[in-house]
Design a protein around this ligand. Structure first.
Ligand SMILES: O=C(O)CCC(=O)C(=O)O
Ligand SMILES: [Fe+2]
Length: 279
């Protein structure tokens, strides 16, 4: 993992002010090109601090209701997949659900690591309330990001799923992996500052989305060792960058590249709004 000066240098080349890419064709193309080349960029200040605070507060109130077991209102508007009471199973059912899904990640039954146990993954958070619909749409900038992804990948991509990740002291995060081999991007809007490794930043190996040798090496290692085909356990000395960012910043990455969420310290809290783009 890169640190200090080396990290600052590696990140400087992939950061753009959001207003610049929205207003200047030249910055827009520079960002699209950086995303194509490195697999990751960061757009500073995509969301306003009012919207970030409003989203955080509304979600906080909602989760308070779950904590105090005041579930009747929520159960009418969302599927609650609580640790001790599961109502839905499997990613495609969450993605295709007719309501928001509030999914608490739990330890794997077989005890394998990388469970993200303790993480709360909300599917379709924009449908939880009228106000969340508005504030979330405000900071996702879907039309502009679709244009950016078109310029970068030469493909017309659609929004396939919106999520809100809430990590509070999640330590068993999944290690480096990719989200499959097909064209897929995610945008991550940080809802609160992530300043240090202890906060659990998103991490990415720059350029790994087109590093075919690294992919085949990992694919054969995984096959030999009966691991998930998309794990990136063998990084061959390639160093990852950790994306420290302020509330309102948006990270965009190609999910073919090696990435992970860094394990957190027990007191740490991270909230990110995730948007998935695919063909
Ligand atoms: O928790 C994170 O930052 C990364 C999660 C992840 O692997 C993903 O969204 O594809
Ligand atoms: Fe992933």
């Amino acid at each position: 993992m890169l640190r200090g000066e080396a990290l600052a240098h590696a990140v400087a080349g992939i950061c753009f002010p959001f207003t610049a890419i929205a207003q200047s064709r030249r910055s827009f193309l520079a960002a699209a090109w950086a995303l194509r080349r490195h697999g990751i960029i960061c757009l500073r200040g995509a969301g306003s601090s009012q919207d970030m605070t409003s989203i955080r507060n509304e979600i906080h109130d909602l989760l308070e209701n779950i904590r105090s077991n005041n579930l009747s209102n929520l159960q009418n508007i969302a599927y609650l997949n609580l640790p001790d009471h599961r109502v839905l199973k499997g990613y495609s059912n969450f993605r295709d659900a007719d309501r928001p899904v509030i999914n608490y990640r739990v330890k794997r039954p077989d005890g394998r690591t990388g469970s993200d146990a303790g993480m709360i993954d909300i599917f379709h958070p924009e449908r939880l309330s009228f106000n969340l619909g508005k504030t979330i749409q405000n900071c996702l900038h879907e039309n502009l990001i679709q244009k950016l992804l078109l310029a970068s990948s030469l493909n017309q991509l659609k929004v396939k799923c919106r999520n809100l990740y809430i990590n509070q002291g999640v330590q068993d995060t999944r290690s480096y992996h990719c989200d499959g081999r097909s064209l897929k991007f995610k945008s991550f809007v940080y809802l609160r500052d992530v300043n240090e490794l202890a906060d659990g930043p998103y991490c990415y190996v720059k350029g790994s989305h087109r590093h075919h040798r690294l992919w085949s090496l990992n694919a054969s290692f995984n096959q030999k060792n009966q691991l998930d085909p998309y794990e990136f356990g063998q990084l061959q000395g390639a160093e990852a960058i950790s994306l420290f960012a302020k509330a309102g910043d948006m990270v965009i990455s190609s999910q073919k590249g090696a990435h992970r969420g860094h394990p957190q310290q027990p007191e740490a809290k991270r909230e990110v709004l995730v948007n998935m783009y695919q063909r």
